[in-house]
Design a protein around this ligand. Structure first.
Ligand code: MN
Length: 424
């Protein structure tokens, strides 16, 4: 156990240390498989037909595990669509990776479930704070709420966006209220919270339900499309300004980009002290001398300051959609969206292996000195024949630029030399 908690934690092994007490078969199965394969490869129970696709990814995972140094224990968790024999067009290949990085705690987590909602795959990234309990609760419960509310996925199939988005909103609201009750009941990490960005992908449709500061990016023929906007109470983006306005209207305030000077994400699950326990939080602030009683007497409470209400997006994928990257802010705060797309595209052109690409991208964030946990999920949408792709345009461009630079230096040097000749 201690080994697993060292520097590198890859793909979902976080919940080895935090098993949730739910009694569902899914959970039992999860625990069993996780224990069995600690430090190596886990194929999730949902992959019923693990033919070529699973064994292909599994072998890649083992390679990655073997590559890791002895000092840093590695657990690789993998999933595939489980239906593909040889990556036929249209089959989604999933890869994911979670790295703890230099932080002393691992509070991110990833859940990927293939083909579990009437032909739709489910992927979620959680970024917890003030303890892992909220993530621990959500990693199974949010899926269950979504599945129930979406009638097992039927509503995704029907493609009526209004009904669909109402159902997802209900699922998120239910998950949050259950989490708040659970946190109070259990009493551990009672102040904890978690962001959650969820993708439902099936056929030509992508639905995103987004709370917090993780992000989803789509590569469309190599062009970057940023599909979400972080919920942060600072900065000058449209979303940030809307969030600040919402918080103020609800009676809250923002200091140094943090709500009440405390929390830098404006939408999340949990975070009870900005929801049902605001009075207690304000009292505590008086006791600790952070504000005065006179100050809080003027605070008008008009709703939650932090909410779990998601932004919901529907995206038509089309044949030019190549892959999706869903990652926590531990990646995006250290790498631009277009850099990440270029990086992954380059990887896929080189070897076509989405799991390796995922691990490489997460490591690249740490190499860029990411101070946060880094969680990355990549969905290769199966529409691109990576082997047939031309060499990365960017690499070619860099080569051309270098050649041009050297040519320019040559011409300038020649000019200087000639002018010296004339002066002489
Ligand atoms: Mn983070």
């Amino acid at each position: 156990m201690a080994l697993v908690r060292q520097q590198f934690i890859l793909g979902g092994c976080r919940h080895q240390c935090h098993s949730h007490d739910s009694n569902t078969n899914y959970n039992k199965e999860e625990k069993r498989t996780t224990k069995m394969t600690r430090g190596a490869v886990r194929i999730p129970p949902s992959s019923s037909s693990q033919s070529f696709a699973s064994s292909f990814s599994a072998s890649r995972g083992l390679t990655a595990a073997t590559k890791a140094s002895a000092a840093s224990a590695v657990c690789v968790t993998l999933s595939t669509s489980g239906t593909s024999a040889e990556g036929i067009a249209g089959d989604i290949r999933w890869g994911w990776s979670c790295l703890q990085g230099p932080r002393s705690e691992m509070e991110d987590d990833v859940v990927v479930r293939s083909d579990s909602l009437h032909g739709f795959d489910y992927a979620a990234v959680f970024d917890g704070h003030a303890g892992f309990s909220s993530v621990q609760f959500l990693r199974d419960e949010l899926y269950k709420e979504c599945s129930a509310s979406l009638q097992g996925g039927l509503l995704l199939k029907r493609k009526d966006f209004t009904t669909l988005s109402k159902a997802i909103q209900t699922a998120f609201a239910n998950a949050d209220s259950k989490l708040l009750n659970w946190l109070e009941e259990v009493g551990t990490d009672i102040d904890s919270g978690s962001t959650a960005t969820v993708m439902f992908v099936g056929g030509d449709m992508l639905i995103i339900s987004h709370v917090g500061d993780s992000s989803v990016v789509l590569s469309r023929s190599g062009k970057t499309e940023v599909l979400t906007s972080p919920h942060r109470p600072y900065g000058s983006s449209k979303t940030s300004l809307q969030e600040i306005k919402r918080i103020k209207e609800a009676g809250g305030w923002v200091v140094d980009g943090r709500i009440c000077g405390e929390i830098s994400v404006s939408r999340s699950f949990g975070d009870i002290r900005f929801k049902t326990k605001k009075n207690e939080m304000l009292e505590k602030g008086v006791e600790e001398g952070r504000w005065t009683r006179k100050f809080i007497s003027r605070v008008k409470m008009n709703g939650d300051w932090v909410t779990a209400t998601p932004d919901i997006y529907q995206v038509a994928l089309g044949m030019d959609a190549e892959f999706l990257i869903l990652a926590s802010d531990g990646l995006w705060d250290y790498m631009s969206c277009s850099d990440a797309v270029r990086f992954v595209r380059n990887q896929l052109c080189q070897h076509g292996d989405v799991q390796s690409a995922c691990e490489a991208l997460a490591l690249a964030a740490l190499n860029r000195k990411s101070q946060d946990n880094v969680s990355v999920v990549i969905a290769d949408l199966g529409r691109t024949n990576w082997q047939a792709m031309p060499p990365d345009q960017e690499q070619v461009n860099i080569f051309i630029e270098f050649s041009q630079a050297f040519a320019t230096i040559g011409i300038v040097s020649l000019g200087i030399w000639l002018s010296h000749q004339f002066v002489a």
